[in-house]
Design a protein around this ligand. Structure first.
Ligand code: GLY
Length: 264
């Protein structure tokens, strides 16, 4: 099967520093990689690493402190051929998405906390204190990248320091399949924003199912339905999505930088 290659990415729901051009750099890098023959997983991970390494985003290097001052990072990746990897509250790991990606072909899907770090040590993933930063009121909260490669395979990579003002043991939506992300053979969805609300709604899975159904005519329709019908109150939430054809799309009920690319 051949497909038009495509990328869509977001830089976190919620107001914050100007992040659009930084986000575009990651989308450009992913598109260049795809054109040079990279797989969806390779391009999604590399773009996510660029965002994790950029302190303007709440992920990796720029991950916000938990309320005890710790920096604990979550990341996830899922593929349209049915693989998944995720890490929860990882300490001392500037690029948790690489550890999540290393789980894709293992017989365990997810790891948390110190155990995740021990496993990462055994696999040679760099261990380094992550500087992090203090939460800024209303700061963007996650990064996400979805890629479709020339074979039609899709991969979704997400990463975060977690929503601001959360305790060290708290688990948000980003490492939870169906909540912060969902991918099947036809659709890929990533969420950003208030993790508790996203998790309660099982948002990414349900938006993906809606996008796949006869009730829905576009990715935008499915995301609009998700934000309007599944999210309660004023919780800031955004979504990006891609299907097996056409460009990716993004929609948010608050500020959310997003960018996309599709092959000519
Ligand atoms: N959406 C990121 C979090 O709630 O941690």
């Amino acid at each position: 099967m051949t497909a038009k290659m495509a990328v869509v990415a977001h830089g976190g729901a919620g107001p914050g520093p100007e992040r659009q051009s930084n986000l575009q750099a990651a989308v450009d890098a992913a598109s260049r990689l795809l054109v040079s023959g990279a797989s969806a997983v390779e391009a999604a991970v590399e773009a996510c690493v660029i965002l994790e390494d950029d302190p303007v985003f709440n992920a990796g290097t720029g991950g916000v402190f938990r309320i005890d001052g710790s920096v604990l990072l979550d990341a996830s990746i899922q593929t349209s051929d049915g693989r998944v990897g995720f890490v929860i509250a990882m300490p001392d790991t500037p690029n948790p998405i690489k550890v999540a990606a290393d789980l894709l072909d293992e017989n365990i899907n997810g790891l948390a906390g110190e155990g995740a770090r021990i496993w990462a040590d055994e696999r040679g993933h760099p261990k380094r204190e992550v500087e992090g930063r203090a939460p800024i009121e209303g700061d963007g909260d996650t990064v996400g990248v979805i890629v479709r490669d020339s074979t039609g395979s899709m991969a979704c990579a997400t990463s975060t320091g977690g929503c601001s003002h959360r305790p060290p043991g708290r688990v948000g939506d980003v490492p939870l399949p169906g909540s912060g992300f969902w991918v099947n053979e036809r659709i890929a969805v990533a969420a950003t924003g208030e993790g508790e609300e996203i998790t309660r709604a099982l948002l990414s899975y349900r938006v993906g199912e809606m996008a796949d159904s006869d009730e829905c005519h576009s990715l935008e329709d499915a995301m609009k339905w998700g934000l309007e019908k599944l999210i309660q109150g004023k919780a800031p939430v955004g979504l990006i999505a891609i299907s097996s054809v056409g460009p990716g799309a993004g929609l948010s009920n608050t500020e959310m930088p997003w960018a996309s690319w599709i092959e000519d």
